[in-house]
Write a protein that binds this ligand. Structure first.
Ligand SMILES: [Zn+2]
Ligand SMILES: [Zn+2]
Length: 250
């Protein structure tokens, strides 16, 4: 599985892009920055977009990705999200006021943009099996577990402490190659993190316990740019971090 971190910051700042993660060139997780990072020819290869939730740092470039598809592609794109997230996007973004209702864009009688409502069942996009995992953030928020060739990668999405997420980590053991887990705030801002339903490095550490298989990489992401230095300076043992621009071959 090829994973490119186009952006993974918890806010916008100069030199930092918000969350967009490209998998095997054609699958995008969140639409925080792809349109402003990828050249047109790579953007037009995207067939599917998984949206974790509707906060603006995860969806803000969806209108421009759709625009690029409309002008450059001759096939449609699937946008996979929870019913709550789809409702929010339809009512608040693609409403003809903020941006046109993109579902009405058609090519050869077929909609170019197809919203696909996710249940909590596994499904396939190409060779990748995807399991949506409900997480405690805003309503309808999801993390995603991806599996290709029995190598698992887990993306937490934005979340407060969610037992089910950490249970997945424990149950997979060494088959989980990477756990990308959000850590928006430093430990000294624990109260802010809890109220806003985010994590800090120490919540991640405590929730994982002592039993992380040595083959599983725990990588913090969605760090707010102004706290990056502080989080990196106090990074717990066995944890890594990303800030955007990295690539992984798993
Ligand atoms: Zn976010
Ligand atoms: Zn959020």
């Amino acid at each position: 599985m090829k994973i490119e971190i186009l952006g993974c910051s918890g806010s916008v700042a100069r030199g930092f892009n918000t969350t967009s993660i490209l998998v095997n060139d054609t699958l995008l997780i969140d639409a925080g920055s792809a349109a402003s990072v990828l050249p047109d020819e790579r953007l037009s290869k995207i067939d599917d977009i998984l949206i974790t939730h509707s906060h603006i740092d995860h969806i803000k470039e969806l209108p421009f990705i759709a625009d690029s598809i409309f002008t450059n592609k001759n096939k449609g794109i699937n946008i996979w999200a929870s019913s709550t997230t789809i409702d929010v996007l339809e009512v608040n973004v693609f409403n003809g006021l903020i941006w046109p209702d993109i579902r009405q864009l058609e090519l050869k009688g077929e909609s170019l943009i197809r919203f696909k409502e996710l249940s909590l069942k596994d499904f396939y996009i190409g060779n990748i099996s995807i399991t949506p995992i409900p997480v405690d953030h805003m309503m309808g928020s999801l993390g995603f577990l991806l599996n290709e060739d029995d190598k698992y990668v887990l993306f937490s999405g934005d979340t407060g402490y969610t037992k089910g997420l950490f249970d997945v980590v424990k149950s997979l053991g060494a088959r989980l190659k990477v756990f990308f887990v959000e850590a928006s705030f430093p430990d000294r801002m624990l109260d802010t993190a809890v109220i806003s339903k985010h994590l800090t490095p120490s919540i991640v550490g405590k929730s994982l316990g002592e039993n992380i298989p040595k083959d599983t990489r725990v990588i913090l992401y969605h760090i707010k740019p102004r706290f990056l230095e502080e989080i990196v300076a106090n990074l717990p043992e066995k944890m890594e971090y990303i800030k955007g621009g990295e690539a992984f071959d798993i």
